[in-house]
Design a protein around this ligand. Structure first.
Ligand code: FAD
Length: 504
């Protein structure tokens, strides 16, 4: 009987049936969990793999975010997995990404391995038993379950899916209109003829605005400070050409992955070596798309260097088109107070609104808020160091999949899965049942650095939660947040025998 055919057995008391055991337990069924499960099942078909997800549907981010126009920022050739060709336009709608993930689940027969509405709340490692005991709340029934696993793969993403970041502003309670958050978008919300203010300056605001402009009476983007934008075509011309030539989709996928990777590597290089040049390029490519006489300095000149936060993508410049057409406008100012009928900003201007969309981002969640203990000791993540951005010092048999912020997240899903598989093969060969990242003598006294160096990447959600996150060191293998260009060389060759991993 495979693990997935077994029923999860609740432990009613100390003598109840032992918890179900699985070889690998994956937390999360978003792009990371599904991708990792594909690789694991392909390499180790004999091992039992179970994915648990708190939501009632696969897709993670793409199921949580179903606001108007929701789409990727990344091209889907690199956001798609390396093993499954992307057949659509470069930039995809959220629904298209969900369809793609559904296809992976069907093709790999992953459905029997995924359990929805299962929230993992705690994970306790026992060296004696060489296994994790994982506590789970079955959200439909409220029942508490336990499972045990030999290896825990955390694919929980980086933010709290249940609770969006909700800044509180003065006067909100007297506002008579509706305040909605894109993470909890009411699917029946009709904005026809409504005056809408979208608070935010990032990708989400830039996506919602063109999607509702024209239908709403007017949309105002209210931003405290501007972001960088890039307006690429919806589909890469190379993809159009290759498809016209009826080149096999597998080839097109690989060629486009390389084309986009090269483009992003160049962007990363410019951001590090010539940020002023990149800034000028981004400004100059945007200006012709804006209405004549538009105050670019005020509304579109960020206070940070390009790449210190994600560059927002507006395919075909659709946000700028809404500005040109006058169906949307931008106010760059701070909120003084909500009023009964809208928002007053610091300049004194009143923005009338029926609906306010708070596109203010997320709250970061550390490992899905799972409480970790190792041999009875609570794990305090700020005291720990990452091993290559995929394991944590002192935590045995646990890896996590955390994608890139500035490149396609999924590029790292494939790379990390390969390394986890290599690690499992190494354990199997050595008959080891346990692997723990451990600081070596030469790492003693190593300078510990914050999870994210604000000089390098300083998005609001990261800065708000940095204190709760683990650290990185000043040398390999204790670093992370490297660029994809570097990691695609480093990770496949990462030395598993350099003493930083202790096998037992
Ligand atoms: C609107 C939006 C657009 C984005 N666009 C892009 C883009 O274009 N390119 C890009 O690279 N990145 C983008 N991102 C980042 C995006 O989050 C990642 O690309 C990717 O979707 C993360 O996948 P994941 O599977 O790691 O995590 P998630 O998608 O966050 O999924 C994690 C899953 O784990 C589950 N989970 C978490 N904790 C627990 C727990 N304790 N117990 C059980 N289940 C749990 C959650 O319910 C969720 O379903 C975007 C993010 C957002 C919000």
């Amino acid at each position: 009987m495979t693990a997935t055919e077994q029923r999860t057995v609740p432990r009613r008391d100390g003598n109840a049936a032992p918890p179900e055991h699985v070889d690998v337990l994956v937390v999360g069924a978003g792009v990371s969990g599904i991708g990792a499960a594909h690789h694991l099942r392909e390499r180790f078909p004999e091992r039992s793999v179970v994915l648990l997800d708190a939501q009632d549907h696969p897709g993670g981010t793409w199921w949580t975010h179903r606001y108007p126009g929701v789409r990727s920022d990344s091209d889907l050739f690199t956001y798609g997995y390396r093993f499954k060709p992307w057949r659509g336009p470069s930039i995809a709608a959220g629904g298209e990404i969900l369809d793609y993930l559904d296809e992976v689940i069907a093709e790999d027969d992953l459905a029997p391995h995924i359990r929805y509405r299962h929230r993992v709340t705690a994970a306790s490692w026992s060296t004696e038993d060489r296994r994790w005991t994982v506590r789970v709340t079955q959200l439909d029934t409220g029942q508490e379950l336990e499972l045990t696993t030999g290896f825990l793969l955390m694919c929980q993403g980086y933010y709290d899916h249940a609770q969006p970041h909700r800044p509180q502003w003065a006067g909100m309670d007297r506002f008579r209109g509706l305040v909605v958050h894109p993470q909890q978008w009411p699917q029946d919300l009709d904005l026809t003829g409504k005056r809408v203010v979208v608070i935010g300056s990032g990708s989400t605001a830039a996506t919602i605005i063109p999607a509702i402009a024209g239908r709403a009476a007017h949309v105002t983007m209210l931003q405290r400070s501007p972001s960088y934008f890039l307006a690429p075509p919806l589909t890469h011309e190379l993809a159009v050409t290759l498809r016209q030539l009826e080149i096999p989709e597998e080839w097109t996928h690989e060629i486009l992955r390389r084309a986009y990777t090269a483009q992003f590597n160049e962007l990363a290089r410019l951001a590090h070596e010539a940020p002023d040049e990149l800034h000028t390029f981004l400004m100059e490519s945007m200006e012709p798309l804006l209405p004549e006489g538009f105050d670019v300095e005020k509304h579109f000149t960020p206070r940070y260097r390009p790449w210190q936060q994600r560059i927002a993508i507006v395919p075909e410049g659709d946000l700028f088109a809404a500005l040109r057409e006058g169906t949307a406008s931008i106010v760059t100012d701070t909120i003084e107070t909500f009023t009964e009928t809208g928002i007053r900003v610091s300049s004194g201007e009143e923005l009338e609104a029926d609906v306010v969309v708070s596109a203010t981002g997320f709250d970061l969640s550390v490992f899905g808020d799972v409480a970790f203990t190792v041999d009875g000791e609570e794990v305090e993540f700020p005291d720990r160091v990452t091993w290559r951005g995929l394991m944590i010092s002192g935590i045995p048999n646990m890896a996590y999949v955390f994608g890139y912020f500035r490149h396609s997240w999924t590029l790292r899903v494939d790379l990390v899965s390969d390394l986890v598989i290599r690690l499992m093969e190494r354990m199997q060969l050595a008959d080891a049942t346990m692997v723990v990242p451990t600081l070596r003598d030469e790492d003693a006294g190593m300078q510990l650095r914050p999870w994210s160096d604000p000089e390098d990447f300083n998005a609001g959600y990261v800065m708000r939660s940095q204190h709760a996150l683990f650290k990185q060191g000043d040398r390999e293998p204790w670093t992370h947040m490297l660029e994809h260009g570097a990691e695609m060389e480093i990770l496949p060759k990462a030395d598993l025998e350099d003493g930083s991993l202790v096998y037992r």
